[in-house]
Design a protein around this ligand. Structure first.
Ligand SMILES: Cc1cc2nc3c(=O)[nH]c(=O)nc-3n(C[C@H](O)[C@H](O)[C@H](O)COP(=O)(O)O)c2cc1C
Length: 209
């Protein structure tokens, strides 16, 4: 597990990120459903805070406090779940910017990650871009899920009601848990079919097969 210098790391099981910054977010709702499933399975999901405070990435300076505070929450986790919208056929700039800061920190290196993109479409461009970015940082993307027409899958209280979506989110949470528990050969089997279609050779992760 990587650590940030000078930080007091409290180990937590699963870090969850919602990459939508708007106050009423369907991805927030989707992540809440994943968190509920993780709790049911005995895990301790913790929502990562502070994405909106991260300044634009600069490789020529040390990470500012806003970045180390954000990255420290990931550093302490065994696995990461990301729920994100798609904007203009790509991931939100705030998320990509935050991930760029992680280059060199090894914060998510060898960590299992799942990605769900809920929006108008299933967010295929966003999932592809994130799988590439996460893979280049050494993270192990073990599951992805695109959710189209998300607003039609929420009830009047805003929670996820669509039974198929609830099943899919539970399965995604299960894949993350499987990834966290797995040894290297099993991690390779989980990650390979996810990353290969996006042009990533799973051999890059150096997992013993
Ligand atoms: C400026 C803008 C661009 C968008 N571009 C896309 C897009 O390329 N693909 C897509 O599926 N949805 C797109 N959407 C729709 C959002 O993904 C959708 O509103 C989603 O629910 C936002 O996530 P949130 O509810 O978690 O904030 C766009 C929305 C906005 C405001």
């Amino acid at each position: 597990m990587g650590t940030l210098p000078g930080r007091n790391v409290i180990r937590m099981a699963i870090a969850t990120i919602c990459a939508s910054l708007q106050s009423s977010s369907s991805n927030d709702t989707v992540m809440s459903a994943i968190e509920a499933e993780l709790r049911t399975q005995g895990w301790d999901p913790r929502r990562v805070a502070g994405l909106e405070r991260i300044p634009p990435f600069r490789p020529d300076i040390d990470p500012p406090n806003e970045v180390t505070a954000w990255a420290g929450q990931l550093d302490a986790a065994e696995g990461v779940a990301i729920a994100t919208p798609e904007y203009a056929a790509g991931p939100p700039g705030a998320l990509k910017n935050a991930l760029d800061w992680l280059v060199g920190l090894s914060t998510i290196y060898r960590k299992p990650v799942v990605v769900v993109c809920a929006g108008t479409t299933g967010g295929a461009f966003t999932i592809e871009a994130l799988v590439r970015t996460l893979s280049y940082q050494g993270a192990l993307t073990v599951g992805t899920l695109g959710v189209e027409g998300i607003r039609t899958k929420l009830g009047v209280d805003g929670a996820v009601t669509d039974p198929t979506l609830l099943n899919d989110l539970a399965a995604l949470a299960g894949r993350l848990v499987d990834g966290v528990r797995a040894d290297d050969p099993e991690r390779f089997r989980l990650v390979a079919p996810i990353v290969r279609p996006h042009g990533i050779d799973p051999a890059r992760f150096g997992l013993v097969t």
